[in-house]
Ligand binder design. Structure first.
Ligand code: S3P
Length: 182
């Protein structure tokens, strides 16, 4: 099957914690044979620390700077290994520079999931510092209010995936990719 994504370009998944970026990303990777990249994992590998520790020892703003450095690298070094299916951290859209770089990497898809589903999917929040030791529902409400406008302006495509299985979301994305990269 011909890949729906040209060499050096990517399908980029954005959205809040728990919206399914990694699950859908792996599904897309299986379906297309393209590499799966996860910005959180790449940062953890590069720094040699897990995200909660980066937040605790260096602070959120340091983590945000690492996200910008990584995205700039991916933009400046397009190759079959640095592109494919990219899942991003939920806060990657906070930095205006990141929002423009994301759109340069390829097709940006916002997985829009409602609050009840986000709550259900983030029950185990130990590896997500923003949701630890806090009122998860209140925090997610706040993040929806502040970030949804940023996801909206960054994405080429918005998919309401609250009630969809990962495989269904992946199928919808592949249809969009065919048109986007045609
Ligand atoms: C964050 C989301 C996390 C991770 C970090 C911060 C956020 O990624 O980047 O904990 O600000 O929303 P996931 O969205 O993959 O959980």
């Amino acid at each position: 099957m011909k890949s729906p994504v040209p060499c050096g370009r990517s399908i980029v998944l954005i959205g809040l914690m728990g919206c399914g970026k990694s699950t859908v990303g792996r599904e897309l990777s299986r379906a297309t044979g393209l590499p799966f990249l996860d910005t959180d994992l790449l940062i953890e590998e590069q720094v040699g620390m897990e995200i909660p520790r980066i937040f605790a020892e260096r602070g959120e703003s340091h983590f945000r700077a690492l996200e910008t450095t990584l995205l700039s690298y991916l933009r400046d070094h397009p190759s079959p290994r640095s592109s494919g299916i990219i899942a991003t951290g939920g806060g990657i859209v906070l930095h205006p520079k990141n929002r423009s770089i994301l759109r340069l990497l390829g097709l940006v898809v916002w997985l829009d999931v409602d609050l009840p589903n986000l709550l259900a999917r983030t029950v185990r929040a130990q590896n997500r510092p923003l949701l630890c030791n806090t009122d998860r529902e209140a925090k997610l409400r706040e993040l929806i209010a502040t970030r949804n406008p940023l996801y909206e302006q960054t994405a080429h495509v918005r998919i309401n995936s609250s009630e969809l299985k990962a495989s269904q979301v992946a199928d919808i994305i592949l249809q969009h990719a065919k048109n986007f990269f045609a």
